[in-house]
Write a protein that binds this ligand. Structure first.
Ligand SMILES: [Zn+2]
Length: 491
């Protein structure tokens, strides 16, 4: 969770993009006339205005200047063989753990460190960047590029999350927002352009397809994490709407690879570059360790009950169990009045109509003024008891919990939810200082090492083995070879 104030300008940006209308122009990659959203000059202006907001929202990951330089070199290699090599492009590495890459008009291309963590070679990263350059050059429209792609990143605001658990979980768990928002034909066009730039720049054209497989594995892992192992891809996912794309990408790579001698993959080069890179949440976002969330900058911590898994999103933190119970935590401004009044106003806003809370009472949590009450609501997971808790923190902030228990679990969860309530407290300076992010650590496989050897090194409380295999693109024990480099995640 970021400081909640930082989310606001972004919503304004999305609104601006949505308001833009269409015009006609010529596509430099195909030479054909396209219906696009705005003129090239307008695109550059939109990009120039939006870019600082993207940077403000996510932050640039610049802990290791060598890594930024590395991304810039790969990017400019691809850009220089594109149809817009004479126009300046800006490539940024964003400080976000979401697996994401996107472009905005005017030549601004972004990849996240979350995406870089998932890639296993320089050529795979190059494929992603080539694909995004393709969207810019094919001018796939300012509206879709920005509105949908960017809105997808902050999609699970509390009102939505109450209704749609899938969206809530997947948005936070690193689902691939990177390719949503475009039509299938636009995606194919960008994939094919990406393969074109990869090949021209000397990279292995098949790495685009191998990274798409990585994305699919990551998507399955996200579902497994969200207790949705047996459910199919959600209907809104890219893999559900573009099932044939990998075949097309492979076909394009087969054509591109004819006559290609020794194309560059760069697995070890790449892995050594990302050694030490932050994985998952940064200190500005707060850390999940098992069932505890701690935010060193906002100086707070709390613990969720047994059986709950947590997801940290830019605007909020959610926790959920296998049976549809959930906890949503966020923050907002305090502008005077009692917490009881605050909570009453809040439920009315959430419900969209006047609604009274049951047992609304003032309480004290570790010295902080708070109020709580509950109401029964029909939610997606069934009739549920929804408890609101607002805590006044300092002079200008309110932190809030929404506890959701389907009626069948309400009595079982009453005590665990109460424990979470009273676990909320301020962090001391030394506690905050002791919190360190997780990092990608590159290690060499020795004879006798197994997947279990490395799964045990993964500093997570669940799915260690699955996380290790997905991160390294391994499908079986046989994929692990002595001498190869692999990624593990730990402090
Ligand atoms: Zn795309």
């Amino acid at each position: 969770m970021l400081n909640w104030l930082r989310s606001l300008p972004f919503l304004v940006l999305i609104g601006l993009m949505a308001a833009l209308l269409g015009a006609c122009s010529t596509n430099p990659a195909t030479g054909q006339s396209d219906f696009t959203i705005v003129s090239a000059a307008e695109e550059r202006q939109i990009g120039a205005e939006a870019h600082p907001q993207v940077v403000e929202q996510f932050g640039v990951y610049e802990e290791f200047p060598d890594l930024n330089a590395y991304v810039a070199i790969i990017s400019s290699r691809l850009h220089s063989v594109s149809e817009m090599s004479n126009q300046p492009f800006t490539f940024s590495l964003l400080d976000s753990d979401m697996v994401n890459a996107f472009a905005i008009p005017g030549g601004y291309v972004y990849v996240t460190r979350g995406l870089m963590a998932l890639a296993n070679s320089e050529a795979e990263l190059a494929g992603v960047i080539g694909h995004e350059i393709g969207h810019v050059i094919a001018r796939h429209g300012a509206q879709r590029m920005t509105q949908q792609t960017l809105a997808g990143l902050g999609v699970a605001v509390v009102g939505i999350a109450l209704q749609d658990r899938n969206l809530m979980n997947l948005a936070g768990a690193g689902a691939m927002a990177w390719i949503t928002g475009y039509s299938r034909s636009q995606e194919l066009a960008s994939d094919e352009l990406g393969v074109r730039y990869l090949t021209r720049a000397g990279y292995d054209p098949f790495s685009m397809a191998s990274f798409l497989e990585q994305l699919e594995r990551q998507s399955q892992l996200a579902r497994q994490f969200a207790f949705q192992d047996n459910e199919p891809d959600p209907a809104n996912s890219w893999f559900a709407t573009h099932p044939r794309t990998q075949d097309r990408v492979v076909a394009a790579a087969e054509i591109a690879s004819i006559g290609l001698v020794d194309p560059f993959v760069g697995r070890n080069t790449y892995l050594r570059q990302i050694d030490g890179m932050v994985f998952g949440d940064s200190p500005a976002q707060g850390f999940i360790r098992g069932r505890v969330f701690s935010h060193p900058e906002l100086r707070l911590t709390f613990e969720v009950p047994d059986g709950f898994r947590m997801v940290n999103a830019p605007t909020h933190v959610t926790a959920f169990n296998r049976d549809g119970a959930a906890i949503i935590f966020d923050g907002g401004a305090y502008s005077g009045g009692s917490m009881v009044n605050y909570t009453q106003t809040w439920i009315t806003e959430l419900a969209g109509r006047q609604m009274a809370l049951n047992d609304l009472e003032s309480i004290t949590i570790n010295g902080m003024e708070a109020a709580t009450g509950w109401v029964r609501l029909p939610l997606q997971q069934g009739d549920s008891e929804v408890r609101l808790l607002a805590i006044r923190y300092g002079s200008d902030t309110v932190y809030r919990f929404v506890f959701i228990a389907p009626v069948g679990q309400a009595s079982t969860l009453a005590t665990p939810f109460r424990r979470t309530t009273y676990s909320f407290r301020q962090l001391s300076g030394s506690e905050a200082q002791a919190l360190k992010p997780l990092r990608i650590r590159i290690v060499q496989v020795r004879a006798g090492d197994t997947i279990t050897t490395f799964a045990n090194q993964m500093q997570f409380e669940n799915l260690q083995r699955e996380r290790f295999m997905v991160l390294n693109g391994l499908t079986s024990e046989a994929d692990l070879q002595a001498g190869m480099l692999v990624k593990v995640v730990r402090e």
